[in-house]
Design a protein around this ligand. Sequence first.
Ligand SMILES: NC(=O)c1ccc[n+]([C@@H]2O[C@H](COP(=O)([O-])OP(=O)(O)OC[C@H]3O[C@@H](n4cnc5c(N)ncnc54)[C@H](O)[C@@H]3O)[C@@H](O)[C@H]2O)c1
Length: 280
Amino acid sequence: MNEGLLKGKKGIIFGALNDKSIAWQVALKAWKHGAEMVLTNSPVAVRMGTISELAQITSSAVIVADATSMVDIDKLVSESLQILGGRFDFILHSIGMSPNVRKDIPYENTSYENMLKTFDISALSFHRILQTCYKYDAINEWGSVVALSYVAAQRTLTGYNDMGDAKALLESIARSFGYIYGRERKVRINTVSQSPTPTTAGSGVHGMDSLLDFSERMSPLGNATAEECADYCVALFSDLTRKVTMQNLYHDGGFSSMGMSLRAIEQYKKSFDECDCDEK
Ligand SMILES: NC(=O)c1ccc[n+]([C@@H]2O[C@H](COP(=O)([O-])OP(=O)(O)OC[C@H]3O[C@@H](n4cnc5c(N)ncnc54)[C@H](O)[C@@H]3O)[C@@H](O)[C@H]2O)c1
């Protein structure tokens, strides 16, 4: 594979907690393709995770920032401009968290305080980052911003709770800011809707193992891995995709276009053979 797609490009990667994180794989791939980066995560993630290992491998600076704090994001963007020696070319937003999912509080009995937190961390943080970059004119022309999403923004998936609403908001922000940033500064903004992936955030979703299996059976190409997602993000950061913007791009092995597959229906039928229920 060509390994110089991001030669001379610089960027900020949000959300690498450990080597399972999608952001970790994106940072690694971007570095292999010649990019220079600043890595960032929340104070607790920097303390508990292994981001310093990634920083060492990729020779990147780490800046601690809570994505819900305007002060932290302001400091992150202004310091990154100094560290990277001027404007940068790409951003990965790979941030998601729902206190409702974490505490197993069902959607129909939500705590609005938690729900607002979910939206603030998982979606409004994207607006906050874009607004700050816009204010500092921090992104070069033809720069590229990618945020990670999930098909629960369009379809209801049991257990995904208020994260589905957060992803719908995230995708909408990509379109709304994508229009303004494209029109004024020629910066593109997209979301990548990734397959379920066994990461720390992913494992928090109720019934994740069954979801991974179902999704694998439903997708003609199988689930996309974090590493494959990283390849796609690198392509989106590169100059090969300069006119792609304001899109939600599925990276899910075909799952989002399926209704029922042979592999899934075979498993579904088996469950009836094994029980003596009336619906048989
Ligand atoms: N794993 C999946 O199945 C899957 C599927 C589709 C999309 N996604 C999305 O991919 C993105 C990355 O998740 P992941 O699966 O790699 O899991 P992960 O747990 O490795 O990453 C989530 C990151 O969000 C960060 N974060 C949480 N609160 C934050 C805050 N206040 N400020 C800054 N950072 C904060 C965490 O520290 C962590 O690094 C998320 O947006 C997630 O919704 C994941």
